[in-house]
Ligand binder design. Structure first.
Ligand code: SF4
Length: 337
């Protein structure tokens, strides 16, 4: 592995210089910009991130602006990207940077910021501060395991450690950022995750032990755990244009976001009306029932919504229009007709 890693820079750097895609976050190496893009890209496709990235920086141009931004603005700018804990942690990281008075310039110190793991720390340290710190994500794991035809399951921590160490020894002084980018680019555009890799066009094909077809079963993926299934009943208590909302707990799934009252299990219509009464709403009419499915990483919600027109607002709940609330997708889909 180390032998292969050492031969990568001389091939990848010229290839990257000639083939790099023009992406908005590659136009400078400002740490705030790079960190924002890396956090956005964690769970979202490049094409989808472009518009979000530009809009976010138009609204919050500096790390100081992010520090002072209100939660509703943050959620609005992040709406549609999902995993809202990412933007909350990003703001906490910005606050820590401002308190420090500077951006940490090593992967070790970057990892002390909230929400920043080894991958993001390696990316920011190499891209912004020319540190020889690999950013090993799924793309890089795929490229490296294919190059060396390694059949160890991709989630093996020893494998990740070995690949990180091999790459760290190969980082070329003065080109650390470009080497990180080149590895990412190879995984995103040539040695792709879905479909056949473009081995004909691959700048490191001559080093690769998988190009004759072993790429079909490498990387080896761990057996998937089945997602937990949950059936949930949801009350859509409507008073005029507004619906009843509450905040989710500060920790866990969709932490701190708005939701409609909901509970595990199927209540049925009589149960939903009874539940609405118990909350203090005066149900007048069941407008409709609606079923939707929402899939998270580890759990799948089967949602059954009961839209009920009410004569008065229930105490203890907050009433907002759907547009005001920045509801997460899992609940917003219940409002779609
Ligand atoms: S030769 Fe093919 S399988 Fe090997 S690294 Fe290049 S694209 Fe991936």
């Amino acid at each position: 592995m180390r032998d292969i890693a050492l031969r990568l820079p001389e091939r990848l750097l010229p290839w990257y210089a000639a083939n790099a895609r023009d992406l908005p976050w590659r136009r400078d190496r400002e740490p705030y910009h790079v960190l924002l893009s890396e956090i956005m890209l964690q769970q979202t496709r490049v094409e989808a991130v472009k518009a979000y990235y530009i809009r976010f920086l138009e609204a919050l141009q500096t790390v100081y602006d992010l520090t002072n931004a209100g939660e509703q603005l943050l959620l609005k700018l992040w709406k549609g990207l999902g995993y809202y804990s990412r933007v909350r942690n990003l703001q906490k990281a910005a606050q820590a940077v401002v308190a420090l008075g500077h951006f940490p310039d090593s992967a070790e110190d970057l990892q002390k910021l909230p929400g920043i793991g080894p991958y993001t720390a390696g990316a920011v340290a190499s891209l912004c501060f020319e540190r020889p710190t690999p950013a090993v994500d799924g793309n890089v794991l795929r490229v490296m395991t294919r190059l060396a035809a390694i059949e160890t399951p991709i989630n093996d921590t020893g494998l990740r450690r070995d690949i990180t160490a091999a790459l760290a020894s190969a980082y070329p002084a003065g080109h650390c950022g470009d080497f990180t980018q080149a590895l990412m680019e190879l995984g995103a555009t040539v040695c792709v995750p879905n479909g056949a890799p473009d081995c004909e066009r691959c700048p490191v094909g001559d080093l690769c032990a998988s190009k004759d077809g072993a790429w079909r079963h490498i990387p080896v993926r761990p057996a998937k755990k089945a997602r937990r299934q949950e059936l949930r009943s949801v009350l859509i208590l409507r008073c005029g244009e507004k619906i009843a909302l509450q905040k989710r707990p500060d920790r866990g799934l969709l932490a701190g976001l708005w939701e409609m009252p909901n509970r595990l299990g199927r209540t049925g219509v009589p149960g939903a009306l009874e539940w609405a009464r118990s909350l203090g709403a005066q149900p007048m009419e069941l407008v409709r029932t609606v079923t939707r499915r929402h899939i998270f990483t580890h759990v799948e919600w089967e949602l059954e919504g009961y839209e009920i027109l009410c004569a008065r607002q229930a105490e203890g709940l907050v009433y907002k229009t759907a547009a005001e609330a920045a509801l997460p997708t899992a609940f917003r889909i219940l409002l779609d007709q």
